[in-house]
Design a protein around this ligand. Structure first.
Ligand SMILES: CC(C)(COP(=O)(O)OP(=O)(O)OC[C@H]1O[C@@H](n2cnc3c(N)ncnc32)[C@H](O)[C@@H]1OP(=O)(O)O)[C@@H](O)C(=O)NCCC(=O)NCCS
Length: 167
């Protein structure tokens, strides 16, 4: 069963756990051609597939998907998953912007807040991600948020960072 997690954020954005009412919006962002090409499973998803994922997700305590709100509007999503509570490690990702929120720094700030949340609220010590090596936009956000390249394989860059010291 998923533990309850309070919303968090800063003066510009708020991250709260995804709810069933958010599925249509997040599916439409995910299915855009220019977005899905950057995900490892890049096929179009049906609403039924998306909802089935959500129902399975709700039972898991190692996976949190947040929608990002700015001025009360949904502007994107971000996630921490594959949490290993024993070793204090997890993967972050599923960063996705709503078309109308693109290029406004919301995802950059969400990445900052998510890393902070992983350290201070989930007590994780280390987080990592995988990104396609040509995804310049995403790479720049991760570099600016302290993620360091660890290795490259199959066109992907793996980056990681310790969460210690994030105030
Ligand atoms: C990656 C993604 C989430 C970024 O969203 P966004 O709204 O552009 O992000 P932000 O506005 O918060 O930040 C963009 C940053 O990239 C920079 N940037 C913009 N276009 C760029 C480009 N073509 N090349 C390099 N950097 C670029 C911006 O200058 C900004 O940096 P800044 O903070 O120094 O100004 C969005 O493009 C998206 O949803 N892509 C599809 C899904 C995806 O790729 N997810 C990541 C999978 S690992």
């Amino acid at each position: 069963m998923k533990r309850s997690v309070s919303p968090f954020g800063n003066s510009a954005i708020r991250l709260r756990l995804i709810e069933e009412q958010d599925l249509l919006a997040t599916l439409s962002w995910r299915n855009r051609e220019e977005a899905r090409v950057w995900f490892k499973s890049s096929g179009l998803l049906s609403y039924e597939q998306h909802r089935n994922w959500f129902l399975r997700y709700q039972e898991k305590d190692d996976d949190f998907l947040f929608v990002i709100e700015a001025d009360g509007n949904l502007v994107g999503q971000a996630s921490v998953y594959g949490i290993d509570w024993d070793s204090g490690t997890a993967e972050v990702g599923r960063f996705l912007v709503a078309p109308e929120g693109a290029g406004k720094g919301y995802i950059h700030r969400a990445c900052t807040e998510l890393a902070r949340f992983c350290g201070t609220e989930l007590n994780l010590e280390y987080i990592f991600l995988e990104v396609f090596e040509h995804n310049e936009r995403a790479l720049r956000i991760y570099q600016q948020n302290g993620f360091v390249e660890e290795r490259r394989y199959d066109g992907l860059v793996r980056m990681g960072r310790r969460t210690a010291g994030i105030a």
